[in-house]
Design a protein around this ligand. Structure first.
Ligand SMILES: [Fe+2]
Length: 208
């Protein structure tokens, strides 16, 4: 018997949330209120969790994130109770703002929910053709795996890029490197990122 095994997978969730418009408007309002209160939203991210507010937008998004975590855990075969906290923070990216390649230490999962994207993604006219303003790129964690790839094998592209839309929720292992491309529009790009931090239990220790 011959088996072809798929080893060392990387699971990403890409989910368009239903009926996102109204709760998302409330979240945008909240994020703007927080910014007006002089909070440094992204760099002081542990102080300013927008999901700690008890109001329509945060209550809705908390539920959607929790639901997605449960589905993610089921999809990778975790069939016992897991408890977590959501540590969230907001990002308002103005012209030129970006976030260089990074991962999220101590997070089991990380994710982003997209609240608002610039309407017109303006590509600068005399720029390189691979400029992808406002996108997010994820990198193959197996560094160098594309080195000897040949046409049609699954390892040709060492990156995966998404142009988000409002209402999109993405989630991935916290260790996965990702890059938020510069916003090259005059309009803001607003998102809410989060870490899923596990409340420890000895049940999590692998039985090998
Ligand atoms: Fe990130």
């Amino acid at each position: 018997m011959t088996e072809f095994l798929d080893l060392f997978p990387t699971k990403l969730v890409h989910r368009h949330l239903d009926n996102f418009e109204e709760p998302t408007r409330d979240l945008i309002k909240l994020v703007r209120e927080m910014e007006k209160a002089n909070k440094s939203l992204t760099t002081d991210y542990r102080e300013n969790n927008p999901l700690e507010y008890d109001r329509a937008g945060p209550n809705w998004l908390r539920g959607e994130i929790n639901h997605t975590v449960i589905e993610y855990l089921q999809s990778i075969g975790i069939d016992y109770a897991v408890n977590w906290q959501i540590h969230a923070w907001a990002n308002i990216n103005r012209w030129g703002d970006y976030h260089d390649p990074h991962n999220h230490p101590h997070a089991y999962l990380s994710g982003t929910y997209y609240l608002k994207m610039p309407n017109a993604i303006q590509k600068p006219t005399r720029q390189r053709s691979d400029v992808r303003p406002g996108c997010i790129t994820f990198y193959d964690p197996r560094t160098g795996f594309n080195m000897s790839s040949i046409r049609n094998d699954p390892y040709v592209d060492p990156e995966f890029t998404v142009l988000p839309e409002p209402g999109l929720l993405m989630m991935w292992p916290g260790s996965l490197m990702h890059f938020v491309h510069p916003n090259l529009a005059d309009e803001t790009r607003i998102s809410l990122s989060f870490n899923i931090v596990l409340k420890w239990s000895d049940d999590y220790i692998p039985r090998q």
